[in-house]
Design a protein around this ligand. Structure first.
Ligand code: ZN
Length: 152
C-alpha cells in the first residue's frame, strides 16, 4: 500500500481502492454513505465486493444520517509523522453509526470541520458521546469525514 500525503498539510491521504472509491467520492460531496447489500439490505464496512451475510455481489451506497456515538478512542503518542506531531496531542476515535452500531468508522473528533486535530481536548473525550459527521477538505479532491460532538 502506498502512503500518500496531502500537499501542504502533510496529513496522510486515504488509500483509495476500487471497492472504497465511492465512499470517498460521496465524502467529497459532503455525504456519508456506507455500502449496503442489494439483496439482504445489510450494511457492510469496509467496502467489499461480496456480502458477508448472503454472498450477493449486488450493492448500493446508502446515505447515512451522519450520527453516531464514540465507541472507543486513543491519544496517539510519539513517534508521530511530522504533520501529526505538530498537532499533538490529538485524538483518534472509533464511531459506531446510529443506523448500525456494528458499523464503526475511524476518524478524529474536532471542534470544527477544518480545525487542527488538537483543537478538541483529547483528555476530555468520553465513550458514548453522540457525534455528527462533518467533512474536511485536506487538499484538492481529498475530503475526509471527521466528527463533532452533538450539542446537548
Ligand atoms: Zn446480503
Amino acid at each position: 500500500m502506498h502512503e500518500r500525503t496531502t500537499e501542504g498539510s502533510g496529513l496522510l491521504a486515504p488509500a483509495v481502492d476500487e471497492d472504497g472509491a465511492p465512499f470517498w467520492e460521496y465524502a467529497a460531496r459532503g455525504e456519508l454513505r456506507v455500502q449496503a447489500c442489494g439483496a439482504c439490505d445489510r450494511l457492510r464496512f469496509p467496502p467489499r465486493p461480496c456480502c458477508p451475510h448472503c454472498r450477493s455481489f449486488a450493492s448500493i451506497w446508502r446515505r447515512m444520517s451522519g450520527r453516531g456515538r464514540i465507541w472507543s478512542f486513543v491519544v496517539p503518542h510519539p513517534p508521530l509523522l511530522p504533520a501529526y506531531a505538530d498537532q499533538a496531542p490529538y485524538n483518534v476515535i472509533l464511531v459506531e453509526l446510529d443506523e448500525d452500531p456494528a458499523i464503526r468508522l475511524v476518524g478524529n473528533l474536532v471542534t470544527e470541520p477544518e480545525a487542527p486535530l488538537g483543537a478538541a481536548d483529547p483528555y476530555a473525550i468520553r465513550i458514548g458521546t453522540p457525534v455528527r459527521a462533518v467533512f474536511a477538505e485536506l487538499a484538492d479532491g481529498v475530503t475526509v469525514p471527521r466528527w463533532t460532538a452533538e450539542r446537548p
